[in-house]
Design a protein around this ligand. Structure first.
Ligand SMILES: *[C@@H]1O[C@H](CO)[C@@H](O)[C@H](O)[C@H]1NC(C)=O
Ligand SMILES: *[C@@H]1O[C@H](CO)[C@@H](O)[C@H](O)[C@H]1NC(C)=O
Ligand SMILES: *[C@@H]1O[C@H](CO)[C@@H](O)[C@H](O)[C@H]1NC(C)=O
Ligand SMILES: *[C@@H]1O[C@H](CO)[C@@H](O)[C@H](O)[C@H]1NC(C)=O
Length: 748
């Protein structure tokens, strides 16, 4: 109806114009009724999304006189000129962008003229909505604080967004832009944001949540297509911590140590707990739940665990103490709590070295007196030694060692844990000899095995040995050789023997004696061991030159040993050589020697070795003598009796020689004999040949010799008798020719 009113106004103007004008009718716009296009923009509406430059309308009018009409378009002052009209065709073009949300109708003055009259009409063009506006958040982005204890399903925020479009394009629905399942949910229509049913906020998990809300319109035409527009904005949700987490201990697991040196009151360990509600933490109070055995305490404010007693009195090696940390509420009451275990280990410090103890306490010299040569394996019971290391475990493990001369003693046990009785055993009885050591000094060592400190202890073991008669006298040699000249006077010193007995006192005193078949001529002085000849003894090398007997050395207990004594009587040259007869008659067969022999009664060479020589012969160039054997030979050129006779110049072939026998002793003795030699021709008979052959057969020679000797002895007796009578006859007549026996000393 409003439009109708407007329509009347131009009509009036036209009528006025018509009434007062001359016969000129004004042009006019066609009016095609309510359902058809009018010629004058009346009831025209236009979508706001119409593009600039679009021809939107064509003014249509006419002039009653048929004159050509011109169109015009004008806007109220101050209004934007949205359209332009082509004056001739009446075509109207949009030249400014429309925006319904700013201006939903445009007043336009359209005019038509025929050159003289002009008709102006005021029309309103309605701007129609297009979906060109996004929903716009009214209260976003925003930050909200939400207590973590807020009940599940509670609404925490209401999102508001406005879309200024009309209709569907102006309606808004809400969504959450979340890929992951969210704790939150939003009501599509109302925009109310809630904690999802079944979900709870947790400050300890996440202190802040960012929720992106999308606001979307219902869609509408825009530029001929349906379009949906949306916007997003973020809601920041700060979770507010609530008292909902118990305290928790920091730095677990907890291990504390009590050392042996820890004094009562020592701080052993400090526990620290923090309220789980970090946002607004409560103070913590510490206490023990169990396991402290009353020997530890904990400071309720600091968490310092203190030892109350001396470590010595601790009954366990490990304590598992349950410590409670409770939140202290504003009113001082204890609230939420956490519990942890503190393991406290009692540690042994290696602060005790091994120590040796005697019967009265610590001791480091142990003495014992005992006889030498105790049986092997015997325990030295007199030594009452205990060793102890008052640490624990590996700290109390040590070795025992015995250090000293030889391997006489042995210690058991060799390895000790904590404490042991020390036993010392005899290992080498023979070596424990009083004669070598009057006392033995050993060091007993205890050295820790597994500790870095290797603490050790030493004790001196002194063993005084007592003597026993464990030694027999012992000769300086197994045998003694003595030489004594024959004819030594009785009581001469022969040899001195020595035996020693290392035992002490009477056990070491030695008495000597001799015995044996050869001992008769000798005496021994019992204390000195000097051997003499008996006072009456007359030693004669020619009678007996070797004596041997035993010498015995005996201590007072009768322990003895023997040695052999060999005595040699040394020969002196006390016998001259002697011929059997001082006058010898020999018959010499030419070519064979004649032997003379002297005997020396001395016992030994050279005293009884004889050298023969011819002292005198007449003529003197006939004979030679072998100085060793006494064989007298004719000189080699004398081969027949004729030569002999030619030398003597007579028929008598008898010679007299003076032969000397001299021994080689010092001094030397000699003797002479006269030998009368009768030279005869050789008798070449088989008998002599036989004798010559026999030389190679000594047995036969011996037999024959025996026969010959027997025969010779008989012959000699016979001849001697003859000669005796003969000499008795001649003694008076031939006194001058008698041969004297000569015995004289030769000075070397
Ligand atoms: C103008 O209106 C008349 C009468 O209704 C019509 O015959 C004519 O075709 C229109 N002209 C245009 C350009 O629409
Ligand atoms: C005006 O519009 C009509 C119809 O669209 C068209 O036939 C005519 O040529 C236009 N005139 C001009 C001058 O643009
Ligand atoms: C706990 O420690 C604090 C600080 O060292 C001290 O002041 C307080 O006396 C201690 N409490 C007890 C019960 O010893
Ligand atoms: C004996 O001696 C003489 C003179 O002295 C000599 O001429 C003669 O040849 C000797 N006869 C023999 C057998 O030697």
């Amino acid at each position: 109806m409003k439009n109708v009113k407007f329509l009347h106004l131009p009509l009036l103007l036209v009528l006025v114009h018509v009434c007062f004008a001359k016969a000129d009718f004004a042009p006019y716009f066609y009016d095609n009724g309510p359902y058809s296009h009018n010629g004058n923009l009346a009831l025209f509406s236009l979508s706001e999304d119409t593009a600039v430059g679009t021809q939107i309308y064509c003014l249509n009018g006419t002039d009653p006189e048929g004159q050509e009409v011109r169109y015009g378009l004008a806007f109220e002052p101050g209004s934007k000129e949205y359209f332009r009209v082509d004056p001739k065709s009446g075509n109207i073009t949009l030249v400014e962008k429309l925006d319904r949300e700013k201006q939903d109708s445009v007043e336009v003055l359209v005019s038509i003229t025929d050159g003289r009259s002009k008709v102006v009409e005021k029309v309103t063009i309605f701007v129609m909505d297009a979906n060109d506006e996004r929903p716009e958040f009214q209260n976003m982005p925003a930050i909200v604080d939400v207590l973590e204890t807020t009940a599940s399903g509670s609404s925490i925020f209401k999102v508001q967004a406005v879309d200024r479009d009309t209709g569907s394009g102006g309606s808004v629905t809400y969504y959450l832009q979340n890929a992951q399942p969210s704790l939150f949910a939003i009501d599509r229509h109302s925009g109310v944001l809630r904690i999802k049913p079944g979900e709870m906020l947790d400050y300890e998990k996440s202190k802040t949540h960012f929720v992106t809300v999308i606001a979307k319109d219902g869609g509408g035409n825009f530029n001929g297509k349906e379009q949906f527009l949306s916007s997003s904005a973020t809601l920041t949700i700060n979770v507010i911590d609530a008292q909902d987490t118990p305290p928790s201990f920091i730095g677990i697991p907890y291990f504390g140590y009590v050392y042996e040196v820890s004094a009562p009151g020592s701080e052993i360990y400090t526990v620290v707990a923090k309220d789980g509600d970090v946002g607004n933490p409560n103070p913590i109070s510490y206490s023990f739940d169990e396991g402290d055995d009353g020997v530890f305490s904990v400071n309720e404010t600091t968490g310092v665990i203190t030892l109350l007693t001396h470590p010595m009195y601790l009954k366990r090696e490990i304590f598992n103490i349950k410590v409670r940390a409770s939140e202290v509420g504003p009113d001082g009451s204890l609230m939420d709590y956490g519990v942890t275990t503190v393991v406290i280990r009692v540690v042994d410090l290696n602060n005790n070295p091994p120590t040796f103890y005697g019967e009265k306490g610590p001791q480091n010299i142990f003495e014992l007196t005992m006889y030498e040569h105790p049986p092997e394996g015997e325990i030295l019971r007199g030594l009452k030694i205990t060793v102890n290391d008052s640490d624990q475990g590996a700290n109390a493990k040590f070795n025992l060692r015995l250090i000293g001369p030889g391997r006489m003693l042995r210690v058991v046990p060799q390895t000790v844990l904590n404490e042991a009785q020390v036993t010392i055993l005899v290992e080498d009885s023979a070596a424990m000899d009083y004669e070598k050591h009057h006392f033995l000094t050993y060091k007993l060592l205890a050295v820790e095995i597994d500790t870095p400190e290797r603490f050790s202890a030493t004790a001196d073991i002194v063993i005084h040995l007592l003597d026993t008669n464990d030694n027999a006298p012992k000769f300086s040699s197994d045998y003694y050789i003595a030489r004594i000249p024959e004819n030594s006077p009785g009581g001469s010193n022969v040899v001195s023997v020595t035996a020693t007995d290392p035992d002490s006192g009477l056990w070491g005193e030695v008495k000597y004696s001799i015995y044996g078949s050869g001992a008769d001529l000798f005496l021994i002085q019992p204390t000195s061991g000097i051997i003499y000849t008996q006072p009456w003894a007359n030693l004669d090398a020619e009678v007996r030159s070797k004596y041997n007997f035993y010498v015995k050395a005996e201590d007072t207990e009768g322990k003895y040993s023997l040695a052999e004594v060999f005595v040699t009587v040394l020969d002196l040259n006390d016998h001259p050589p002697e011929f059997n007869e001082n006058f010898l008659e020999k018959t010499m067969i030419i070519g064979a020697p004649v032997k003379i022999e002297a005997v020396d009664d001395d016992a030994e060479e050279p005293n009884n070795v004889i050298e023969y020589s011819i002292m005198k012969a007449d003529p003197d160039n006939i004979f030679d003598i072998n100085s060793d054997t006494g064989e007298i030979m004719l000189k080699s050129y004398i081969k027949s009796i004729d030569i002999v006779q030619n030398i003597t110049k007579q028929k008598d072939c008898t010679w007299s020689l003076v032969v000397q026998a001299r021994d080689r002793g010092q001094p030397s003795f000699s003797t002479t004999a006269v030998v009368k030699i009768d030279i005869s021709e050789a008798i070449k008979s088989r008998f002599f040949s036989y004798f010559l052959g026999l030389r190679k057969r000594p047995g036969a020679v011996f037999g024959i010799c025996l026969t010959v000797v027997s025969f010779a002895i008989s012959l000699t007796i016979f001849i001697s008798t003859l000669m005796y009578w003969n000499s008795v006859k001649k003694s008076r007549i031939q006194s001058q020719g008698k041969i004297r026996k000569i015995t004289r000393r030769v000075v070397p």
